[in-house]
Design a protein around this ligand. Structure first.
Ligand code: CDP
Length: 222
């Protein structure tokens, strides 16, 4: 085991419960947590709000260079302002993948993510943690659930926040995000070699946290 740093890389499709579970597991095992989806959401939100369309070109390069993203212990600063709920809206759900598919967007966020893995122990979740950002991660997990279960969970989450959306809309957005995330040529969503697959369809949050914690702590103690 590497004593300087320990990285647990968690990947999976939209709404598989990665952020909820990864955050809880990190707390339980006293590790830091990195929500890389929040970085892509923040960048996409900023570009979209500045009316920069999701296409590569000089306009995109300039716009990206002008955005500052900083990771806080419990959140994210976008251009010096803390962001939260606004990057988890149905609107951002529907636009984020087209920005995340762009090599310039991914390149901008790569070093920020890798920096987080250099010290202490980290749980990082996203789409390319085990394949691109942390290919040497100490443990890799691929978290899945059926489309329908993922849509139901996401619907509950959005309704709790007072968003007016239907099950069909949520299911369609999830499927479309998975399609774009899996089919893009740069860092597509896929199970990393050696990743342990965990399907959460039949698991409660507590059961899923216990399953992940057991996988990670076994590797940590190895
Ligand atoms: O929580 P959920 O699975 O719904 O999404 P997220 O983790 O917040 O990620 C939002 C979007 O950001 C994804 O659909 C991807 O398009 C993009 N993303 C990515 O491309 N690479 C990552 N490492 C993390 C997120």
């Amino acid at each position: 085991m590497n004593c300087v740093s320990f990285v647990a890389a968690i990947d999976g499709p939209a709404g598989a419960g990665k952020s909820t579970l990864a955050r809880k597991v990190a707390n339980l095992l006293r590790m830091r947590y990195l929500d890389t989806g929040a970085l892509y959401r923040a960048l996409a939100f900023s570009l979209y709000s500045s009316q920069v369309s999701p296409e590569e070109g000089p306009g995109m390069e300039a716009a990206i260079a002008g955005i500052s993203v900083e990771i806080l212990e419990n959140g994210l600063l976008l251009n010096g302002k803390e962001v939260g709920k606004e990057i988890r809206s149905p609107l951002v759900d529907s636009i984020v993948s087209s920005y995340a598919a762009l090599p310039s967007v991914r390149k901008r966020l790569l070093s920020i993510q890798r920096e987080q893995g250099k010290h202490g122990s980290l749980v990082a979740d996203g789409r390319d943690m085990g394949t691109v950002v942390f290919p040497d991660a100490d443990v890799k997990i691929f978290l899945t659930a059926s489309d329908e279960v993922r849509a139901k969970r996401r619907l509950l989450e959005l309704r709790e926040r007072g968003e007016d959306v239907t099950y069909e809309e949520v299911l369609q957005t999830i499927r479309e995000r998975d399609r774009v995330d899996s089919e893009r040529s740069t860092a597509p969503l896929r199970k990393a070699e050696g990743a342990i697959e965990v399907n959460t369809d039949a698991l409660s949050i507590e059961e899923a946290v216990a399953a992940l914690a057991s996988i990670i702590s076994k590797r940590k103690g190895a």
